[in-house]
Design a protein around this ligand. Sequence first.
Ligand code: ADP
Ligand code: MG
Ligand code: MG
Length: 905
Amino acid sequence: MDSITNTKRKVYRFGHRQTDGDRTMRNLLGGKGANLAEMSRLGIPVPPGLTITTEVCTEYNAIGKEATVELIAEEVREAIKQIEAEMDTVFGEDKNPLLLSVRSGARVSMPGMMDTVLNLGLNDVSVLGVAKKTNNERFAWDSYRRFVQMYGSVVMGMKPENKEDEDPFEEQIHQTKEARGISLDTEFTVEDLKNLVVDFKKLIKERTGQDFPTDPWEQLWGAIMAVFDSWNGDRAVYYRKINGYPPDWGTAVNVQAMVFGNMGENSATGVCFTRDAATGANQFNGEYLINAQGEDVVAGVRTPQQITLEGSKHWAELAKLSEKERAAKYPSLQEVMPKLYQELFRYQNQLEIHYRDMQDMEFTIQDGKLWILQTRNGKRTGAAMVKIAVDLLKEGMIDEKEALLQILPEKLDELLHPVFDPRALKRAKVIAQGLPASPGAATGQIVFFADEANKFKNSILVRTETSPEDLEGMDLAKGILTARGGMTSHAAVVARGMGKCCVSGAGALKINYKKRTMTVDGHEYHEGDWISLNGTTGNIIDGKVATMEPLLSGEFAEIMTLADKYATMKVRANADTPKDAKTARNFGAQGIGLARTEHMFFEGNRIMTMREMILADTIKGRKLALEALLPMQRNDFEGLFEALHGHPVTIRLLDPPLHEFVPHQLATQKELAEDLHISLAAVKNKVAELHEFNPMLGHRGCRLGITYPEITEMQTRAIIEAALNVKEKGIEVKPEIMVPLVGTLEEFESQEEVIKQTAETVFQEYGDRVDYLIGTMIEVPRAALMADAIAQRADFFSFGTNDLTQMTFGYSRDDAGKFMSYYLEKGILKADPFEVLDQEGVGQLVALGAKKGRSTKPDLKVGICGEHGGEPSSVEFCHDNGLDYVSCSPFRVPIARVAAAQAAL
Ligand code: ADP
Ligand code: MG
Ligand code: MG
């Protein structure tokens, strides 16, 4: 037995002679490595190779380059022997050299985030050997110039000096093309390629001061370490940040025998998807290039061709080409290499069934033989995610639970975004068309550089093509437009992953980075000009286009029904107006968890009456103003009860400090004085009186209702009268009155008494009753600690995790912006606790409060109504702590429903 079958191995092999890993080993081998091993096991033609584990990456960060080489050298050498045997070549040999690719691969796919080097092992001597062996001089030199280019960028750090500049190698390529009067890479002669190799090496020496390494082993160690380094490169760090992946996962390195798509007309490379990643349609699709290497398709070097005849016809139709023109200009792989297409079709089918999910695959055809280089669960839009899950379920490939678990709750958000209003689209001026790379509607102002995406509130990033460097800007922009690159280009894949609208490959655009212009059909657009993108059709539109709410698909409804079937926790919405309440019901909310009554006071001229109430000097004056507010509140509550039709409605009594309602500017103060027929000085006095040093900890919440019981009286009356009125119409009502900011049992009791008395009075007046509950928010830490006492009286608890977070951390929510981003950057906080519930700390109070409350009252109803109620990991936490419901903003209800179901599974 050879030495690398030891237990604590660092290198795993794959290939047809020996495969050590399998698909279950993603964490150790990375997604790419685990799947290469799995495909080898399935008998799919995969070039043999080895995977260096993610653990080595972590170790590398601690011990550095030389020690890492020492650590793995022996195992790597052993594994390379296997590759040599399978490929019948020798690594480092001159006449018959084994050439390698060095590829990164973390446990989750991070397309293009880390680096790859192809054709490694070539030098001035072995390139001649390859030329002779393959009898193809052009191929040998093309591979060599690609290798020098990639190694130069990835390992030796060559990059453009300014952002307006082109990549130094690409610039050299363009110059050569211009000098020779050609436009395509494929038109280079052997002489051209030889010159490029010399020029590239010279450039590298000039810029880096280093010689290009000639020893293949030196090349190999350099490339492996560069892949490890790329795990901590800017792109990967940012990608991890936006996706919340921890830095200690590390990346694996795959070293694999090269297969060549650039060997001539009988060779090709491509990318394909088992289903449509934009719409989810069950349609095999993809793109390929004849006589090219992997990166060419993704990087948008040439605009690729369609794999299927159907796809090719579709694009030709958009370009208004006849069938004859199509066949000449857009030949599909299905027509050009029908046998290989059939073989590819079989593998894609096999892999989708095997992985039971949509696959995104890479392949290369070397001189008439098909090789599969990668498979992974494909990135997709939110719409495609929902459709694919439902389709796979219907096809019997997965069961209901698996379908639910395929949904990334956050991605549902995309489906709820506005779309272009079809009426506005009819009038829109379409200036050009590209590929509908990622659906959606985007309107914004043009920027040409990713790091300037924040120049405007709504920007559209316009690029010739995007590169992984642009990730942050793509994330900030409202939409992405590229002149080059197909449906599988970097821009397209990343945009779909982000759920961002993208139009790619719009060949009619001429972009000039230096002048910051985009020219279409003779018209020049400048930075800051408004354009709109329709990611569903590929249309590029002049100016702004109006949008509207989206229509939700039948598949969306099916997923929601499934979610409710498996969720044990209910999902309610925070809604303050009948309109929001209706939206919430449409999204499937099973109640209102929080209606903030103060929001109602800002509508129309109600604020005047409210101010009158606040400014009143006597109880009598205050009562008069309250009487005027009563019918308005009652009306709102009736709207809520009607919209909810028998589902519970939790209404919170007045909460914010009163100074929020009075004017602070002189002009409005004057106006108020006139309206109320009092002096300006009186208004000013009152405003000054209401001033507090810490309003968040001041006269607010139940402290208001306790000091001004007439407010609680009026609000209770409005709630109970509304409930009785709606009940009268034959609609079931479930009012729940919620007392805010309670910290002691006595505070609660004081409000409870006012509420009960008022309700009884109203019942007598009406000669009718309704059932109602009186509960409290748990948002002051003391309330959580005293929950057993408070539960003696309260019918329900609702954790107000916004205030609870604020008071537990001692961070003012309104001032935390000053230090929060710094804290996040420095890792002092892992996530913003106002977005993601701090389970460790604040979570203890939630768990304790629920437990203590139920120790007094076992059937106490417990929910949560902070922003966290719609955040999937917080929803799971609530489920685990036995909460009855979460309540979140209406648009997050679908997300919370799926998260609740997933927590239950
Ligand atoms: P990424 O993770 O960014 O997709 P990959 O490691 O998959 O990077 O490699 C980038 C490109 O290089 C892909 O298009 C792939 O097909 C090509 N490639 C990788 N390894 C090989 C190989 N052994 N032979 C031929 N092409 C390869
Ligand atoms: Mg890849
Ligand atoms: Mg609060």
